[in-house]
Design a protein around this ligand. Structure first.
Ligand code: SF4
Length: 501
């Protein structure tokens, strides 16, 4: 029986996709294993949001023993492909011209293609091919320069494929010579139809938390961002499928659902989807990431205010507090709109933690622009900000059209000053948490008995040494990936301390 291991890079979307890959491979009779050493195939679910992310993938490939086959999918593949479609309308001449240009991926009308083509020879054959192309899918590593480049060094690289081609994995595996058991085409052909096995990023065994995509891709085209190129344009998933996937997870023991999408609340039914999931018995926490300030409905905020299972936390990327910079970034909102949104949250009759993302040192950012980011941080009282030091990403508009003209030391200095401000805000905010009792998702248990985890409002918490190995009853139900309850006893910058209740 073929054994596979998936290495996940990047964001929560990749965790959700990896769970789908795992579902399909399991469906055809392969077995998931926990380590590379045990695997026959190592699937790399890649990220290309920064050059560093791609470098990490390359580093990982080097570590994989040469007797393992390597499959690569997602952002890095997409980023390296130029897309084109073949269809009935394209006659052979066009198809062969497309191939000469380098890369193309075939999208077919049929759900059950006769041929999944992936070899050089098959691509060559197509040039001679005079028949209808609707029953052929080209999972095209043969024309991807990335495949050739990597294969020179890593001859065990067997497959490069887009995540959109996930439904063709059974046929690809079969053509690559793997033993493939009967699979259910209805369940594996379409990304939307695949119900993934629950897969907890913390601990597979416990599986109390799951990520559920509401959309894929992004059409915002922020000037600095690779996502629309790497993941394609925004596509909303059907509401009933999203709810069904959440229900499947909850019925299988998941207690925390995180809805994910690049602009998650842009889905036209987003608040209704949340409301339906909140009603599923067994759910403990519902959260989502990342929203946009301009797509918040009153209903969604009302759910935050009134529904105890809707987590009191909103991660709202700001990126800059300066209108000049927001405009250059194509963010599509102003600092004032962001402030108004913060006011709406603060007006709710429930304390909501707000976290954010800010980029420092974007092209032409002046000290005054940066001060506006500081001012808006102060205004919003963010509990945490993921600070990105701007660096251009090839392929983006900012890389092509704008000047990365802020010196490195200035960028670092801005990052440090913003971080100092955040530490002060976080410390002050966390004093108000003392005495509150909250559920905690456990992320680590240390040898000395201390527990690390995160709270309903997404703050890191350390629960001080309550567990003694000689008191086995206290350990009951306590494991990484499960929930416990704690009372907060101390607030530090970016961390709470508590005791088990
Ligand atoms: S909204 Fe902007 S930053 Fe977010 S994924 Fe889309 S393009 Fe990238």
């Amino acid at each position: 029986m073929t054994k596979f291991h998936i290495v996940i890079f990047g964001c929560q979307m990749n965790y959700a996709d990896a769970a789908r890959i795992r579902a399909v491979l399991t469906n055809i009779g392969m077995t998931h294993v926990d380590t590379i050493d045990e695997a026959d195939i190592v699937v790399l679910d890649t990220c290309s949001v920064r050059q560093k992310s791609e470098d990490k993938v390359t580093g990982k490939i080097r570590e994989i023993p040469s007797d393992k086959k390597i499959w690569i999918t997602w952002c890095m593949v997409q980023h390296n492909l130029r897309h084109a479609k073949i269809s009935k309308q394209l006659h052979d001449k066009t198809a062969s011209e497309l191939m000469k240009r380098g890369n193309f991926v075939g999208n077919v009308a049929t759900r059950d293609p006769e041929i999944v083509g992936f070899s050089n020879q098959e691509m060559k054959d197509l040039k001679e091919y005079n028949a209808d192309t609707d029953n052929i899918v080209f999972v095209n590593h043969a024309f991807n320069p990335m495949f050739f480049n990597f294969q020179k060094t890593f001859p065990n690289l067997e497959l490069i494929m887009r995540i959109d081609d996930i439904g063709f994995i059974p046929r690809i595996a079969s053509r690559l010579g793997y033993e493939v058991q009967e699979w259910d085409i209805e369940l594996t052909n379409e990304y939307n139809d695949i119900i993934p096995h629950t897969w907890n990023q913390l601990s597979d065994a416990n599986a109390k938390t799951a990520f559920v995509p509401v959309s894929t891709g992004c059409s915002q085209f922020c000037a600095y961002c690779i996502v629309p190129y790497a993941r394609g344009l925004e596509k909303n998933l059907p509401a009933d499928k999203i709810i069904a996937e959440a229900r499947h997870h909850i019925e299988n023991g998941v207690e925390e659902i995180t809805l994910i999408g690049q602009i998650v609340n842009k889905h036209p039914n987003f608040a209704d989807i949340c409301e339906a999931i909140l009603d599923i018995p067994g759910l403990r926490w519902l959260r989502y990431t990342s929203p946009y300030p301009t797509f918040y409905s009153d209903k969604l905020l009302h759910l935050h205010e009134t529904h105890p299972k809707m987590c009191p936390h909103i991660h709202m990327p700001l990126q800059s507090g300066s209108d000049t910079i927001l405009k250059k970034m194509f963010r599509g909102y102003t600092a004032e709109q962001f402030r108004v949104f913060v006011d709406r949250i603060r007006a709710l009759n429930r304390d909501i933690s707000i976290t954010s993302d800010i980029i420092v040192g974007f092209c032409d950012e002046t000290e005054e622009d940066f001060q506006e980011s500081m001012a808006l941080t102060q205004y919003a009282r963010f509990d945490m900000v993921y600070i990105g030091i701007y660096s251009p990403r090839p392929g983006t508009l900012a890389h092509r059209m704008m000047d990365d003209n802020i010196p490195k030391d200035v960028k670092h200095d801005r990052r440090d000053r913003l971080n100092t401000l955040l530490k002060e805000i976080s410390y002050a905010n966390n004093q108000k948490e003392i005495g509150r009792t909250t559920d905690v998702m456990i992320t680590a248990i240390h040898e000395d008995g201390t527990i690390d985890g995160y709270t309903d409002n997404m703050k890191n918490i350390t629960i001080g040494a309550p567990l003694q190995r000689e008191e086995p009853t206290k350990w009951e139900g306590i494991s990484v990936g499960s929930f416990t309850t704690a009372t907060i006893t101390e607030g530090e910058s970016f961390r709470l301390k508590g005791k088990l209740t």
